[in-house]
Design a protein around this ligand. Structure first.
Ligand code: 0O3
Ligand code: SF4
Length: 503
């Protein structure tokens, strides 16, 4: 059993570095490696003595890029040297823990050299993407071998303030102060290390409606000079939106932010007829990325309203999809969020009532509301097949299955993504701890301590790369066996609108 006294080994090249790190630790073993790792026999001895402990390399470094300041921390994603490259896969998890302590942290490649780097050599190293340089990390990682390892370095000098600059003294003090603060994060990291099973819920990630919506924007960006305007987020995912923004998409909240005669894309969640009318009036060129399954619900809303029904829309107030569907027949549609709302409903004619659903609700919760409506209004009409779509249904079934076998479930997805949040709740209803993470940087290492089996899913708007990044980071904490748990196979594919169909 590991006690806080021996939970990790920290290797520091210089005495001042070792003393600073030591002050912030509540246990663990600090080993002085000497400059250029000259006393590597000490390190080797400690590694032999504690054969299964994770090892952190901690010390100071020189910044190679301008956005790093003295005292900032660098967590190496990889360390390059003339001999090769070491990958430090748990870097984003370590960085998140350090940021939670209020420290300024950069994650990126570091380079090891056998000499002090001056300009213009520093600028040359930065051209290959390295953000900081030191003189020992690669050598130490060679010694450490395959056990979990992290490299945390505090910046002393920068491209504009070399080691000969008088500011090196305050820079060094700032760096040592930062090293004193890293201890709690290193303990958390050490406690989270270990071999794991990862159960991948299948299906997960993009659905056909999201694939289509993202492809519409990508094709327009390929075709038009930027900007390409998109009303609202094309799908509720920060990575998708950020990537498209970098390529020239401009996301606006309302159409009055779009210049006359410009092209505007309507998001996958759909829009109300009032928004379509406004786009017409302003002469905007609309490309509609509304998912066909959302459009189907709009059609049902129009049909029921035309028949003179009061339409109950089961969904969440304020959600874009709900606002769009409500807009089809605002005078005849009533939003119902919970079963307990049903008792207070007042309708013109209880014999002429129907219901619809938001496509991304939790199946069991939505059914409870529908049951309450049926109990109160026996004449209630509903859609032929449920409005909750195939993708929502499949992802909920899949996450439920992995939750039953897991001690912890992680769902990749943004906080404003309704379907992603429902996946977390479905897992939690199985009695399993579950968290939504927008990216690997949101994983709290405290969740992982003592956890052997992790279930992993992603919302319909979350790209697969987010899942890959999480698996990769977990593999930096120990050996990972990732297994697919597939409960359904999806073949749905929607054709693109005519405006972008041909490349
Ligand atoms: O509706 P939700 O917040 O789940 O939307 P996302 O996260 O963008 O996922 C795509 C689903 C959709 C466009 C509506 O069905
Ligand atoms: Fe369409 Fe369903 Fe995907 Fe929503 S979750 S975009 S309704 S396929």
């Amino acid at each position: 059993m590991t006690t806080p006294d021996d939970d990790l080994i920290v290797v520091s090249p210089l005495l001042l570095e070792a003393l600073s790190v030591r002050r912030g630790l509540s246990g663990g073993r600090v080993v002085l490696a000497g400059p250029h790792a000259r006393r590597s026999s000490r390190v080797a001895r400690a590694l032999r003595q504690y054969p299964d402990r994770p090892v952190a390399v901690a010390g100071v470094a020189g910044a190679l890029v301008h956005d790093l300041k003295p005292g900032d921390l660098v967590v190496a994603s990889e360390v390059r040297s003339a001999q090769g490259t070491h990958h430090c896969r748990s870097a984003p998890l370590v960085a998140a823990q350090l940021r939670a302590l209020g420290l300024t942290v950069h994650v990126g490649p570091m380079v090891e050299t056998d000499h002090v780097v001056w300009q213009p050599e520093g600028a040359r190293l930065a051209l290959d993407g390295a953000i900081a340089v030191d003189m020992e990390s690669s050598r130490l990682l060679d010694l450490i071998g395959s056990r979990p390892a992290a490299v945390v370095r505090a910046v002393v000098d920068t491209p504009t303030r070399s080691l000969l600059h008088p500011a090196t003294v305050p820079g060094g003090i700032a760096a040592l102060r930062s090293l004193r603060a890293i201890g709690p994060a290193l303990h958390r990291w050490a406690a989270a290390t270990g071999d794991r099973d990862v159960l991948l819920a299948g299906p997960r990630s993009f659905c056909a409606g999201v694939e289509r919506a993202v492809e519409i924007v990508e094709r327009l960006l390929d075709r038009h000079a930027p900007p390409v305007y998109v009303r609202k987020q094309i799908v509720h995912n920060s990575r998708v939106v950020g990537d498209l923004e970098r390529r020239g998409a401009v996301f606006v909240d309302e159409l009055d932010e779009v210049p006359e005669n410009a092209t505007v894309v309507f998001s996958a969640h759909g829009v109300s007829p009032a928004v379509r009318d406004e786009a017409d009036e302003r002469g905007l060129d609309v490309v509609d990325a509304t998912c066909p399954l959302v459009a189907k619900v709009h059609g049902e809303a129009r049909r029921y309203a035309r028949d003179g029904d009061t339409v109950f829309l089961i969904g969440h107030a304020g959600h874009e999809e709900v606002e769009g569907t409500l807009g089809e027949a605002p005078d005849r549609t009533v939003l119902v969020e919970r079963p307990e709302d049903v008792a207070g409903l007042e309708v013109e004619d209880p014999g002429r009532v129907s219901y619809l659903m938001q496509t991304t609700l939790a199946l069991d919760e939505a059914e409870e509301v529908a049951d309450a409506l049926r109990d109160r209004f026996p004449a209630l009409r509903g859609p032929g097949s449920d409005d909750i779509c195939y993708a929502t249904t499949n992802r909920q079934d899949a996450v439920r299955a992995v939750a039953r076998e897991s001690e912890l479930v992680l769902v990749a997805g943004s906080a404003n993504s309704s379907n992603s949040r429902r996946l977390v709740e479905v897992a939690q209803r199985e009695g399993t701890r579950a968290y939504l993470v927008d990216s690997v940087h949101e994983i709290d290492l405290a969740w992982l301590a003592g956890v052997r089996t992790i279930g992993l899913s992603a919302g319909a708007s979350a790209p697969t790369v987010l899942v890959d990044e999480i698996v990769d980071a977990l593999a930096g904490l120990g050996a990972v066996e990732a297994r697919e748990r597939t409960t359904a196979t999806e073949t749905v594919n929607f054709s693109l609108p005519k405006e972008v169909r041909h490349r």
